[in-house]
Design a protein around this ligand. Structure first.
Ligand SMILES: Nc1ncnc2c1ncn2[C@@H]1O[C@H](COP(=O)(O)OP(=O)(O)O)[C@@H](O)[C@H]1O
Ligand SMILES: O=P(O)(O)O[C@H]1O[C@H](CO)[C@@H](O[C@H]2O[C@H](CO)[C@@H](O)[C@H](O)[C@H]2O)[C@H](O)[C@H]1O
Length: 461
């Protein structure tokens, strides 16, 4: 039997072409130069074989570690063509997250607890896991890969890795401990090793079978409005404003719980200065890539620089979600849940783990209401009535969400004027992030954040 490390070295050329085609691969902005194995652990021996692999992907000097599950078999199972990696030794090699015969071992190891090579598997204290469940990967794959075990558990395998405990796991544990009603219970984890330090590679949570994500609900509501004869959002059958308000309350409760569990501190002038500089730096980088953004640069820079006038010691800083949008919230029979506390996938890990203003999450969700309405206009010929309906739907739901948040967060110490400046700057910063995200991932949607920025530039908010 070939040495697993030698095998992965042999697959390096195939991986170079295969990685950029994966939805979760974050480095689509430049070609892959080399791929080399950092760690290979054999989890299932023989034929079929399961290897847990961490590779370092070099892209013109930028080196980032990624996690893969590599399956090898003589007779490969039926899997999506995009899962094929290549011929590894005498067996076929493929990405094995879709191979239920192999992935059941991950749940068994977490249920039992213990170590295999450098990987350690554990369940949360007091949790007993059922085993023997088969897993299917979720189809709405995003930055990571998630497997649902028998409709009971969901295991997220983080793709791009960083040393240390993943923020998603840390915040879920803290919120669980404090009794938050707005998360899916964390049940277990898998830890690997990176640069000699422990690194979270997987998180197991309770799967909520009847949950509907906020994006699906919101876009259905917009579609209903546009298809109906009703001219106004409040008259349409699928009005979302009640849900938006309850969602605002849920986000406020999560913020209050995070502050209670993990603390908060006031910002200082140096912190605000760093924030302004980071926003201006992002603007400059993205405007360099996307010329349509450059024409709004003076307005955007002025909005960021205004933050220097905000009273810094009134801005509470704490752990936040960090990439909150309608696709990160699930509506269940018991109310709204927040998922995926990792932060913006493209941000450096230090930035994702820093204390930040909770108004960033509010801004993220406000942007998302705009997205839900505006994406309906993508690829459509100009239609003033539809545009008005989209604008009205967004305004109504943004206001409802903000009301729900503000009512539940009456403790906020930021003055209303400062709050407006902060929110405006955070919304614009998020929209710039979105321009970069759409440019790299969904060029057809680039117009969505650009149109919002243009509207704000014209003073329409
Ligand atoms: N506990 C859960 N119960 C039901 N579905 C979930 C749960 N957690 C996540 N999901 C589904 O999995 C999708 C991806 O989860 P997410 O944590 O956002 O992964 P990623 O980091 O890849 O974006 C979500 O959009 C949601 O549809
Ligand atoms: O879910 P992820 O953590 O992978 O977030 C990334 O992808 C999101 C898209 O899937 C992207 O969100 C943007 O598009 C959403 C609609 O698809 C919209 O609701 C969001 O408001 C908008 O930001 C997110 O920015 C990105 O980090």
């Amino acid at each position: 039997m070939i040495d697993p490390r030698v095998l992965v070295e042999e697959l390096a050329t195939d991986l170079k072409h295969w990685l950029p085609e994966q939805r979760w691969f974050a480095g689509k902005d430049r070609p892959v130069t080399t791929v080399r194995p950092l760690g290979v652990t054999e989890l299932v021996e023989g034929d079929p074989q399961l290897l847990h692999v961490v590779v370092e992907v070099d892209q013109d000097g930028r080196r980032e570690p990624y996690q893969l599950l590599v399956g090898r078999r003589t007779h490969p199972p039926e899997i999506a063509s995009t899962s094929w990696i290549g011929a590894g030794g005498e067996l076929n090699a493929y990405e094995a997250s879709g191979d239920a015969d192999l992935t059941s071992v991950l749940l068994e190891l977490m249920a039992r607890g213990g170590q295999v090579g450098t990987l350690s598997f554990e369940h949360e204290a007091g949790v007993e896991l059922d085993t023997g469940l088969r897993a299917r990967p979720i189809t709405s794959e995003q930055s990571n890969t998630s497997l649902v075990y028998g409709g009971q558990y969901i295991l997220k395998l983080f793709r791009k890795l960083s040393p240390g405990e993943n923020k998603d796991l840390v915040l879920h544990r803290a919120l669980q401990k404090i009794g938050s009603k707005h998360i899916a219970q964390p049940l277990g984890s898998i830890t690997g090793e990176l640069d000699g330090e422990p690194a979270t590679v997987g998180m197991l949570q309770r799967f909520v079978p009847d949950a509907v994500d906020g994006w699906a609900m919101a876009t259905t509501s917009v579609r209903d409005l546009m298809a109906s004869q009703d001219r106004h959002a409040e008259e349409a059958g699928g009005d979302f404003a009640g849900e938006a308000e309850r969602l605002g309350r849920a986000v406020a409760e999560v913020h209050a719980d995070l502050a209670k569990a993990l603390g908060s501190e006031a910002a200082d002038a140096a912190e605000l200065e760093r924030t302004v500089r980071a926003m201006v730096a992002r603007l400059e980088t993205v405007a360099g890539q996307v010329p349509e953004l450059a024409e709004h640069a003076p307005m955007l820079r002025a909005a960021f620089e205004k933050l220097r006038g905000v009273s810094a010691d009134a801005v509470p800083m704490q752990y936040i979600h960090g990439d909150l949008h309608l696709g990160q919230v699930l509506r269940t029979v018991n109310g709204w849940l927040l998922i995926d506390f990792e932060g913006e996938p493209a941000a450096p890990v230090e930035e994702r783990q820093a204390l930040r203003s909770p108004l960033r999450d509010v801004a993220g969700m406000l942007r998302s209401f705009d997205y839900a309405a505006q994406q309906m206009l993508v690829g459509q010929p100009d239609d003033v009535e539809l545009e008005q309906q989209a604008a009205e739907w967004a305004a109504r739901n943004r206001a409802a969400f903000y009301k729900g948040y503000a009512v539940a967060r009456e403790d906020t110490s930021v003055s209303p004027g400062d709050q407006d400046e902060l929110l405006r700057a955070f919304e614009l910063d998020k929209a710039i992030y979105e321009v970069a995200y759409e440019y790299a991932n969904r060029p057809d949607w680039l117009g969505v954040p650009l149109a919002s920025i243009a509207r704000i530039a014209q003073g329409e908010a």
